[in-house]
Ligand binder design. Structure first.
Ligand code: SF4
Length: 288
């Protein structure tokens, strides 16, 4: 077994959080929805939204039968609302191309709207138990430090999958645990700003620690400020439309008192371009 795998498995068995998508029988649809939500949003915010979503749409076909507007409304304030639209489109594709069952094959998953390298493999591994490398931001940081001796990972690259593959055991079930363990270690112990090496199962094999924690630079993109951003304006426009009693609002009334009118117009135009908002006869509404 690769050197890092054994300590990661042992640590995970004693320290992993009890999260809904890790419980037996959670199912491929639940896993897919949870991965869409977790792409940009912290676990604690996702859990209540995930439960409500799955209670309302317990299969891809159920979501596919709903209007896209319902998906955007249900997404509420989870952020990056294009994910709601993409998830709805993916549900339609699953119904139409896969008889309503979330596919197991990574290429078939990658062909669905809104699904990239991470989500496709996460579903194949965590829902179906297949053996693939699953690489998220936390995993990339653990690999950068423990294997490459760098303080932070570089930008995402195709080589990330090969790097993760190199530490996976041959057995499918053990490989799934190592994938989950690397992510969990990055989330709980090997955090971006303050790694807790004294509690780390890899501390005696970590290349960055062994080298004395050299400052190897940080190429990560800084998260843009939300306050005052176009993202904030987009979120405010969508909230008006989600809350609208008659499901549509005259365009001139949407954020009429927003401090930057050009930013408001830009937000509306970009939401229309993304398919999150429709403009019909001077009215704005969520997509039908
Ligand atoms: S020893 Fe420290 S830096 Fe290395 S993997 Fe563990 S927590 Fe991260």
């Amino acid at each position: 077994m690769p050197a890092l795998a054994e300590p990661l498995i042992a640590w995970y068995r004693g320290n992993a959080r009890d999260l809904p998508w890790r419980r037996p029988g959670f199912g491929a649809w639940g896993t897919l929805v949870s991965e869409f939500m977790l792409q940009q949003t912290p676990v604690t915010r996702v859990i209540p939204h995930l439960e409500a979503w799955l209670e309302r749409w317990h299969t891809p076909a159920a979501l596919a039968a709903a209007a896209p507007a319902d998906a955007v409304r249900q997404w509420a304030n989870l952020g990056y609302p294009r994910r709601a639209l993409w998830l709805h489109r993916a549900a339609v594709e699953i119904r139409d191309r896969h008889d309503g069952a979330v596919p197991r094959d990574v290429d078939a998953l990658l062909a669905l709207t809104g699904i990239g390298d991470y989500t496709a493999r996460a579903v194949a591994v965590f829902a179906y138990g297949d053996r693939h490398p699953v690489v998220d931001t936390n995993t990339r940081r653990v690999l950068a430090r423990a294997v490459d001796g760098r303080a932070q990972p570089g930008p995402p690259a195709k080589g990330d999958l090969a790097a993760m593959s190199a530490i996976l055991p041959a057995d499918d079930a053990e490989a799934a645990v190592v994938n989950a363990a690397a992510m969990e270690l990055g989330a709980l112990v090997c955090t971006a700003r303050a790694p807790r090496c004294a509690q780390c199962p890899l501390s005696d094999r970590c290349a960055w620690r062994a080298a004395g924690y050299p400052d190897t630079g940080d190429e990560r993109r800084k998260q843009a400020r939300y306050e005052g951003s176009d993202r904030q304006a987009r979120g405010a426009v969508l909230k008006v439309l989600r809350d609208a009693a008659h499901h549509e609002v005259p365009q001139d009334d949407v954020l009429a008192d927003w401090p930057d009118a050009r930013q408001r117009d830009r937000a509306i135009d970009s939401l229309i371009a993304d398919g999150l908002v429709e403009a019909v006869g001077g009215m704005l509404r969520l997509p039908r």
